[in-house]
Write a new protein. Structure first.
Ligand SMILES: N[C@@H](CCC(=O)N[C@@H](CS)C(=O)NCC(=O)O)C(=O)O
Length: 207
């Protein structure tokens, strides 16, 4: 298998922490989004949507969603699973990653992509030209505020987002905490449950 990624971007970061935690060694090519390399003819042959990450499997299948890549890798390399320890936890991890993607990652992306000059006419990832809309900046901030509250409430009596061990759900939320810093919308000070949980996740991921 071969991975195409851009380590600094949020979806590739989710996958990067996942791979690092599981101790996998996958041949990798960096495709620089800052230099717009995802739009090169060469990369479009691999992923016509021009997004990262993309994992090319031995039989030529290409997986282009972080969640599908993580599911595949966890099935292929079941050691140190990041999808919980039973069917209920598996379902909860999928549920949380969905919520984090829609309410956390997409909210930050909505702010970033509608206010940054770099994303002019590229308000959504991929090849389509989508104009920026100022009103979406404020809406993104509102959505993100709600996300922090939900996360903080859940972490009041949970060590990790699902079960007793680190899962992909924690990795995803951890990535959003730093991604939000890109638009100066970091975790609000009163969300102390998030701050405590963040230290635990940091210890698991960065050791
Ligand atoms: N559905 C994909 C989305 C991947 C995605 O949006 N990646 C962003 C980087 S975080 C990207 O490739 N952006 C390219 C662009 O902005 O043109 C996933 O879940 O991984």
């Amino acid at each position: 298998m071969h991975l195409y990624t851009f380590s600094q971007a949020p979806n590739p970061q989710r996958l990067g922490y996942f791979i690092k935690y599981k101790g996998l060694d996958i041949p990798t090519t960096e495709v620089n989004i800052r230099e717009k390399e995802q739009f090169s003819d060469e990369f479009k042959l691999i992923n016509p949507s021009s997004t990262l990450p993309a994992l090319v499997l031995k039989d030529g299948t290409v997986l282009t969603d972080t969640i599908s890549i993580c599911v595949y890798l966890d099935k292929y390399f079941p050691e140190k699973s990041l999808f919980g320890s039973n069917p209920t936890e598996y379902a909860q991890v999928i549920g949380w990653t969905h919520k984090i993607y829609v309410e956390g990652l997409a909210a930050v992306a909505e702010i970033l992509r509608n206010e940054s000059e770099f994303f002019k006419d590229r308000a959504l990832p991929g090849r389509q030209n989508i104009p920026q809309l100022d009103v979406l900046i404020e809406r993104g901030k509102l959505r993100l505020a709600g996300f922090w509250e939900d996360l903080n409430d859940h972490l009041l009596n949970h060590k990790f987002l699902v079960g007793e061990q680190l899962t992909l759900a924690d990795i995803d939320a951890y990535v959003i905490c730093s991604f939000a810093g890109w638009v100066k919308e970091t975790v609000p000070e009163h969300c102390t449950n998030i701050t405590k949980w963040h230290r635990k996740v940091l210890a698991e991921l960065e050791d």
